[in-house]
Design a binder for this molecule. Structure first.
Ligand code: GDP
Length: 325
């Protein structure tokens, strides 16, 4: 079993895209298989640069991702793309999405593209997304592009996985940049106004700059004009992304983000275990149903009950502090 994973990883590292796809599928399956695969991948991770690209639907994220990919391919870098697609939470949609997106990158052995659904309606990344990034990283992809629609929770979640985030906007989404929510401004390390071939792009960029100046950032964040479909400004954007990455690397911010990311990934793992082993059996128990009835009839308070429950499962000791997490 273990040797099979090692062989897959070896094949993935030499650019065998079917092996990479298989590794990601095994991770998506979850359970012990995913744990074994991820454990084997782990020592080989931590090398890739991970860029998040987010923006409203139709802003040109896919088109730009393709254009940027070509730019990096010209430099000989291998590129992995994960398109987080909240409109297709099912594998069927995701597979179709891959075909549509691949376009002329399909035949390029140095590019791997995968669509992944989100966790439910509100967005948020599916639990396997971080694992898929690790798989691409371990397989030697130099750059990993995480593309997501800037709605719901997924753009915030992308920020937690990416080293840096590019926020894309377009002219003509109404008379303002308000289409970009304040929240999305906060997660950007750099901004681009796509469809610069259309009227109003300059104005949109200026409005964006003005909004960013009101923010709390100490350094001015770059706002670039680009036309993904025409190819103008793409090289500059590609270089600016690299420049920002080096900046973050140089000032310690990258290391800080990566440490935070590890911490949050570990917490997610531990929480999942606690949820499965301790909480779920409790929720399913008759004892819990009976307690609920007592809370409902006000013969007992849930506050004491919760405290006693936690004391019990943690093997005694003092009660936990309410509302102090
Ligand atoms: P996404 O939903 O953000 O991934 O957007 P897409 O990449 O699918 O692009 C949405 C539409 O905008 C497509 O019809 C693209 O051809 C078009 N588009 C993308 N980039 C540009 C651009 O720079 N200029 C113009 N005029 N259209 C573009």
């Amino acid at each position: 079993m273990t040797d099979d994973f090692a062989a897959l990883l070896e094949r993935g590292r030499t650019g065998d895209k079917r092996a990479v796809a298989r590794l990601i599928s095994l991770i998506e399956q979850g359970g012990e298989t995913a744990r074994s695969v991820l454990t084997q991948l782990w020592p080989h991770t931590g090398r890739a640069r991970i860029f998040g690209i987010t923006g409203p639907p139709g802003a040109g994220k896919s088109t730009l991702t393709n254009a940027l990919t070509k730019c990096w391919r010209a430099k000989g870098l291998r590129v992995g793309i994960i398109a987080v697609d909240p409109t297709s939470p099912f594998t069927g949609g995701a597979i179709l999405g891959d075909r549509v997106r691949m376009g002329d990158l399909t035949l390029d052995t140095g590019v791997f593209i995968r669509s992944m659904g989100t966790r439910g309606q509100l967005g948020g990344l599916s639990p396997a997304t971080a694992g898929a990034v690790h798989a691409l990283d371990a397989c030697g992809y130099d750059l990993i592009l995480l593309e997501t629609v800037g709605v719901g929770q997924s753009e915030v979640a992308v920020m937690e996985i990416a080293d840096l985030v590019l926020v894309l906007n377009v002219p003509g989404l109404g008379d303002d940049v308000q289409a970009i929510k304040a929240g999305i401004l906060e997660i950007g390390d750099l901004f681009a106004v796509n469809k610069a071939d259309r009227p109003g792009a300059d104005r949109t960029a200026n409005e964006l700059r003005a909004m960013l100046e009101l923010g709390e950032e100490k350094r001015p964040l770059p706002v670039l004009l680009v036309s993904a479909s025409q190819g103008t400004g793409v090289t500059e954007l590609c270089e600016e992304l690299e420049r920002q990455y080096l900046l973050l690397n140089g000032n310690g911010e990258l290391a800080r983000r990566r440490a935070l990311r590890l911490r949050s990934e570990l917490l997610t793992l531990v929480r999942e275990g606690i949820e499965q082993r301790l909480l779920r059996p409790l929720l399913d128990s008759p004892m819990f149903a009976q307690s609920l009835e007592r809370f409902q009839s006000r013969t007992e308070s849930p506050y004491r009950w919760a405290e006693e429950f936690v004391t019990q499962i943690s093997g005694g000791g003092p009660g936990y502090e309410l509302h102090k997490s």
